[in-house]
Design a protein around this ligand. Sequence first.
Ligand SMILES: [Fe+2]
Length: 375
Amino acid sequence: MWFFRVPQVVFGEDALSFLSTLGIKRACIVCDRYLAAAGMPQRVMRFLDGAEVAVVSDFGEEPSLGDVERNLTQVREFGPDWFLGLGGGSSMDMAKILFALYERPDISAYDITPLVPLGLRKRARLALIPTTSGTGSECSWAAVLSDEGHRKNELASPEIMADYAILDPSLVLGLPKGVTRNTAVDAITHSVEAYASAWRNPYSDAMAEKAFELIVNSILRVLKDPSDVTARGNVHIGASMAGSAFSNSQIGLAHALGHALGSHFRVPHGMSVGLYLPSVVRFNSQAVPERYRRLNSLVPDGIRKGTLDLSLQALFSEMGQPLSVDEAGIDRSRYLESLEGMVAVASESTGTVGNAKDASTSDIRTLLLSVLPEK
Ligand SMILES: [Fe+2]
């Protein structure tokens, strides 16, 4: 028996106005300090007429347990009836964790697991509003918590999935080009990995395939003309669908390797996973040949090559996504020094477990070296 989970999705240029229909009395807007300083919460407050609002923003990228505990004090003092997670993956994941710990003051963040019912939604509900098009966190039941060494710990429970995912393309129109590119590469990687996942299913297949088609056929238009609302909307809902795809199957080796890189070097998440995706597709190609042929047929003419790995390289190159350690600005000798540490992190990742093809330690080492071409 399978259970497929998605939040109720609200999509469109005026999607934010849906907030005014929820009868919110005390809204806790969770968004990182950069977005708060940029005035992003005010975009949402316009639709919270008559509600008391607290902005919880004392955290940055890759929040840690310390960040959670510090912000939880403010949340508990305020006593919200709604959590509105506003931002990229870090802000939305923080909202999920704060929501769970507000509802359950007797547990710690690491008690959030799929195996134990939490009994949430006695005091509040959760809406997630992405301001990037990539992480898919608004549609997933996972939340990432970093430890001090930048290792990512994945918390998961079906109960921390949002009640509503509110996708308003007007929130991403002003995204800088670099963030647009990194987050889109992340979403493309989610769709490709979900489609080939060992735990794939008809539901995740449909989400992954359409997400891939929407994003690869619109992202170059977005990068050329960031104000193209139709293309932005395609990438925005595509990224959410890719989130639903991997949340209902699993990510794969490109994420395992990207997380390993991220544990040793400060590289944006999307850039990290995209660095390895073409090599991982090559590695998996004998395991899922028909699936990759199908995805490759969806790549637009002019970019498409004979195989999916080459098409992805061509697309990424056109987007400006690095394809090697050198292009990513990582020092070669430091990369080699960190190699065994990265092999260890990748080997323990859930992405390795759910990958289309089993990968040995030696395979993982070879894949990590595949982005370090001989000089
Ligand atoms: Fe990702």
